[in-house]
Design a protein around this ligand. Structure first.
Ligand code: ADP
Ligand code: GLC
Length: 490
């Protein structure tokens, strides 16, 4: 089976978060199940040398009025279609923001163009290759199925929601510039409280909707987590599935991680202490054995990073150390930096994004804190588990189903892998930190917890099998798509 995956990020080329990790690693895992993917991504500056190394595979007549070409790039890890639209993608900054951290003003056009290119490929525009199914991710590629349906292309589409908080909502006046007919601006498609909503369009025109954990699939059906789209999701609930993310065990492997000063594994756990020493030295922390609690995260309200700032005094006064690597909300950054200034040698705050530091932190930390207010899946806790850095997490979304709380029953049964807390408050977080410190104080118990954590497996194998089975069921299903059926009854 051939699938086209359409995405705004893909590891190792362009990454702002877990979406890239997933779109980068899922294709490799799907291959084992006989699914060949090509991933369509915007031609950001990072692809410039790859694009200039060879002539384009194909030139579109135009896409939303812009010159557009498609490059095919095959690497050992991935097969990519890189969409070159210089006017939209060749500019400084990240995928969503400019070099000053401000949203690109034409993001609507950048990602509509990506989606339109995906739809044209799905519709057979590209000589010699056409997919059996299209897999879209979040709002940035959600218009793909909208364009496909308006072209009359009824190939199956699966839309994966990685985070429903980001929806791609824009003024209705943009509709003509999207090259969509007025009929697309209806309750059955793009219309959302008088605006255009890219994600809603995708939710209404895809055959199946998945999200990245079964718990989040249930949560987003409620007003509290659905962020305004819970009604649409309840309407489509029969077509919704939750499939837990996996991790790339080649990239995140403490026994063979080139970014770690010291390799270790579950049988050589003592060696982890060398990474802890390196981390202390690198970040200017006291060289002692105090437990290091770390966060590698976007510094946002979603991630509960304000609560980490409030809990920092408690953590330090109880003998712990805190490491932060992240960027995001300036207010939260400032709160955390103030805590660092209060506790030199015990708190280190790194504002920024560093893949290399992220690996070292996992390698050298005792615990990873993730107090998210909502968390569709979360990958950091999975990397923490694999590196023997015990997750301390709120009980929500994917965090709820990937970490087994170290209560007495789970410790006695030797299955505990971390600490969960609920409700998601600073008090709850402090209590969980306290529980982690108590277990840390007993080296035999802590080692037992680390061993169990490192043996918990979250490779892609099982989840990729689920995606493959879903894809197959859709491809083999004959006749009309769900979208056409709904229009007929609507
Ligand atoms: P989200 O996608 O919501 O940000 P995830 O836990 O799914 O959360 O994925 C976050 C990914 O981004 C992980 O791979 C994590 O290591 C990485 N990451 C987040 N912040 C940073 C940072 N400041 N430096 C390096 N990697 C980071
Ligand atoms: C989103 C979610 C995160 C998830 C990631 C990959 O960014 O916030 O929970 O792990 O996507 O699916």
């Amino acid at each position: 089976m051939k699938i086209l995956s359409v995405t705004s990020e893909v590891f190792p080329y362009i990454k702002t978060g877990g979406l890239a990790d997933v779109t980068g690693s899922l294709p490799k895992a799907l291959k084992v199940f006989g699914v060949d993917s090509i991933t369509l991504v915007p031609g950001y500056p990072v692809f410039e040398s790859l694009m200039s190394a060879q002539p384009p595979l194909f030139r579109f007549d135009e896409i939303l009025g812009e010159d557009a070409a498609l490059h095919f790039v095959q690497t050992p890890d991935a097969a990519l279609f890189v969409l070159d639209i210089p006017a939209l993608y060749r500019r400084p900054g990240g995928p969503y923001v400019n070099e000053h951290g401000v949203d690109h003003p034409d993001n609507w056009k950048r990602f509509a163009a990506l989606s339109l290119a995906g739809a044209l490929i799905a519709n057979g525009e590209l000589p010699g290759w056409s997919p059996d199914l299209v897999h879209t991710h979040d709002w940035q590629s959600a218009l793909t199925s909208v364009y496909m349906r308006h072209m009359g292309c009824d190939k199956p589409v699966v839309l994966t929601i990685h985070n429903i908080a980001f929806q791609g909502q824009y003024p209705a006046a943009l509709l003509p510039y999207l090259h969509l007919p007025p009929s697309a601006f209806s309750m059955d498609c793009l219309e959302y409280f008088g605006d255009i909503c890219f994600l809603k369009g995708g939710l209404m025109t895809s055959d199946l909707i998945t999200t990245v954990s079964p718990t989040y699939a249930r949560e987003i059906l409620t007003p509290r987590f659905g962020m305004g789209l819970d009604g649409v999701l309840r309407y489509r609930r029969e077509d919704m599935r939750g499939i837990l993310n996996g991790i790339d065990e080649d990239v995140w492997d403490p026994a063979h991680d080139p970014l770690l000063p010291q390799a270790f594994d579950v049988d050589r756990l003592d060696l982890k202490a060398n990474n802890k020493r390196a981390l202390n030295a690198r970040l200017g922390l006291h060289d002692d054995d105090a437990p290091i609690f770390s966060c590698i995260s976007r510094l946002t309200w979603q991630k509960g990073m304000d609560m980490v700032a409030y809990a920092a005094d408690y953590l330090v006064f109880n003998g712990g150390k805190l490491v932060i690597c992240g960027k995001g909300d300036p207010e939260i950054e400032a709160m955390l930096q103030a805590m660092e200034a209060r506790h030199p040698g015990r708190i280190a705050v790194n504002i920024g994004y560093s893949e290399e530091l992220a690996h070292l932190i996992h390698g050298g930390s005792d615990a990873i804190i993730q107090p998210s207010r909502f968390e569709p899946c979360g990958l950091t806790q999975l990397y923490g588990l694999r590196y023997g850095a015990i997750p301390v997490v709120s009980r929500t979304g994917g965090l709820a189903e990937t970490v087994i709380d170290a209560n007495d029953a789970a410790m006695n049964a030797e299955v505990a892998t971390g600490f969960q807390f609920h409700p998601v408050t600073t008090d709850g977080l402090c209590h969980a930190i306290r529980r982690a410190m108590d277990v840390y104080a007993d080296p035999a118990q802590w080692r037992q917890l680390q061993t169990q954590a490192m043996k918990a497996r979250f490779s892609w194998e099982r989840s990729a099998g689920r995606y493959a089975a879903l894809f197959r069921s859709l491809v083999s299903r004959s006749g009309a798509t769900g979208y056409e059926i709904r229009l007929a009854v609507g």
